[in-house]
Design a protein around this ligand. Structure first.
Ligand code: SF4
Length: 220
């Protein structure tokens, strides 16, 4: 007979926590996506850092600073600079004076770079197809779950800034509480359903840090 404080063994006792399995699942998905991206990049004679820079510059009409790129890539400014120099010499990136500070320089994709970045993004079409094949409600739940996970990761300050709605100065959290479209975009001047929250919006402008933290907290 078992004593009261000894739990019976079950076949599932050795199963890792759900949190651990979430991390493993994301890691595996990320590896597959990286492999798909690098396969394309290698065929184009780009190294992984150069391929990542093309994607970071993609869809940005305002030039970005080298320091921002380095933060996004989690590398030193010197290392980011080497990759940018290679991309400039390939005619894929151009360096010019920053629009908001003429003494500083900023980086843009050239036409050739833009075309290559678009084709590169298309290399992940297989993953987009897989996500699109999920039931619509599952897609929404997954999106919300990923936003919440990113919000938690941001508390550890390991997550680089995103051009996401929740970090945007135009985002008005819970402007219509309880409604199917509870949030509001002050740029578009329209209610914003959760399913339409963006993770990388070209029009995004950073909110002040206090508002940003409040938005992510309200969403969680
Ligand atoms: S849609 Fe774009 S501009 Fe509007 S709140 Fe989201 S990130 Fe900001």
């Amino acid at each position: 007979m078992l004593s009261m404080d000894i739990k019976p063994e079950t076949p599932w006792d050795g199963t890792p926590d759900i949190s651990a399995r979430i991390v493993v699942a994301i890691t595996r998905v990320s590896s597959v996506l990286r492999a798909g991206m690098w396969e394309f990049a290698t065929a184009q004679n780009l190294n992984p850092a150069q391929a990542d820079i093309l994607q970071l510059l993609r869809g940005r009409t305002h030039g970005v600073r080298l320091s921002w790129l380095a933060t996004q890539l989690s590398v030193s400014p010197a290392s980011a600079s080497d990759s940018v120099t290679a991309l400039v010499s390939k005619g894929l990136v151009r360096k010019d004076r920053a629009e908001d500070d003429r003494r500083a320089s900023a980086l843009w994709l050239t036409e050739q770079g833009r075309a290559l970045a678009e084709r590169q993004a298309g290399a992940l079409g297989f993953a987009d197809d897989a996500a699109a094949a999920l039931d619509r409600q599952v897609q929404e739940n997954l999106l919300v779950g990923l936003f919440k996970l990113i919000g938690e990761l941001q508390k550890s300050e390991r997550f680089p800034a995103l051009r996401a709605c929740l970090s945007c100065r135009y985002f008005e959290a819970n402007a219509f509480p309880g409604s199917p479209a509870p949030h509001h975009c002050a740029l578009v001047k329209a209610p914003l359903p959760i399913a339409f929250l963006r993770i990388d919006c070209a029009e995004q402008e950073p909110a002040d840090p206090v508002t940003e933290r409040r938005n992510w907290a309200a969403f969680a």
